[in-house]
Design a protein around this ligand. Structure first.
Ligand code: GDP
Length: 304
């Protein structure tokens, strides 16, 4: 929590902490609400989530005047509600590989967002939680991507299934990886997939081909499709995410680089606008700098 708080330091000091000051000054009035609105927008919370928060604050204020402590508690509750009900829907908050079944987590995201690092961190997390894990290096377009995944494989003591020849079919790698995962009875297969946004049609074809292979070869597997999103990209990252949401059947998001210049509000925009739960957050380049997402922790780190 401390690390996340430090990571979100810029947001906290620069924006959300001011928000706290505005909300905490005394009974909320219309002027303070306008200021809250502007601060939320500056913190990358996005128009939709901001509108929702402001509407609820206003309707609460019509009923009663809020002293500072209560106003802050109410605001935190509103933020948690958005994160806990992505797109207005409840979801399973305990995100972990299911027992007695092959879990396949596909990771996607554009270059540089931290996808490979996230795969390494997830492999480490799996290992330290006593899950048998395997990595399929199916981002075959960039040779460097496969090499990088192998480095993480060595670092975490995780076997990496890759195809040595250049420009191999990613779906073939996934096929091999599932075969290996099934024969070794692993709990979790992490699949690194491509994220070439420049060619939306190709990306869609590639991801759906991989999905078809998974459905055919491992029909009983528990499949998750996670988008890795760089939190420092703010609303631009969200536009990228929207494209992925159109082409891949995403089930969640990993938000990375929350230790940098990111404004943490983007988590709320992801939840409200994309209707997807945040599953993990990355706050550093190290192997241990990934943690399962908790709305409570996150909101406390933002405003405390
Ligand atoms: P990929 O191209 O999406 O696979 O991205 P990489 O995993 O290679 O990461 C790109 C850069 O971002 C590397 O320098 C990583 O060390 C760095 N990176 C990844 N995750 C984080 C994070 O949570 N925080 C910080 N500060 N850097 C990160």
């Amino acid at each position: 929590l401390q690390q996340l708080r430090q990571g979100l330091g810029k947001t906290r000091r620069g924006l959300i902490n001011q928000l706290k000051a505005v909300v905490g000054q005394g009974p909320l009035n219309e002027e303070a609400i306008l200021e809250v609105e502007s601060l939320l927008l500056q913190a990358d919370v996005g128009v939709e989530a901001t509108d929702r928060i402001i509407e609820q604050l206003q309707s609460k204020l019509r009923q009663e005047s809020l002293p500072p402590e209560q106003a802050i508690a109410y605001l935190k509750q509103l933020l948690r509600d958005i994160l806990d009900y992505p797109g207005g829907k409840a979801y399973d908050t305990t995100f972990a590989p299911q027992p007695d079944v092959l879990n396949i987590w596909m990771l996607t995201g554009v270059n540089g967002v931290g996808k490979t690092t996230t795969i390494g961190k997830l492999a480490h997390l799996a290992k330290t939680s006593d899950y048998q894990c395997l990595i399929g290096a199916a981002d075959t377009f960039r040779a460097a991507a496969v090499e990088q995944v192998k480095v993480w494989g060595e670092r975490t003591g995780t076997e990496v299934i890759a195809n040595p020849s250049k420009n191999t079919d990613p779906a073939a790698v996934v096929y091999d990886a599932i075969t290996a995962a099934q024969s070794r009875k692993v709990d979790l297969l992490l699949v690194d997939t491509a994220g070439r946004l420049q060619n939306k049609k190709n990306l869609m074809e590639e991801l759906s081909k991989i999905r078809r292979i998974i459905d055919k070869k491992a029909p009983d597997a528990k499949v998750e499709s996670l988008l890795v999103l760089d939190a420092t990209l703010g609303q631009n990252g969200l536009r990228q995410a929207q494209v992925f949401a159109e082409v891949a059947q995403l089930s969640g998001v990993v938000l990375t680089k929350l230790d940098g210049t990111a404004k943490g509000g983007v988590a709320l925009a992801v939840s409200q606008q994309l209707g997807l739960p945040i599953r993990f957050i990355g706050a550093g380049e190290g192997i241990e700098d990934l943690r399962p997402f908790s709305s409570y922790e996150f909101v406390e780190a933002l405003i405390s």
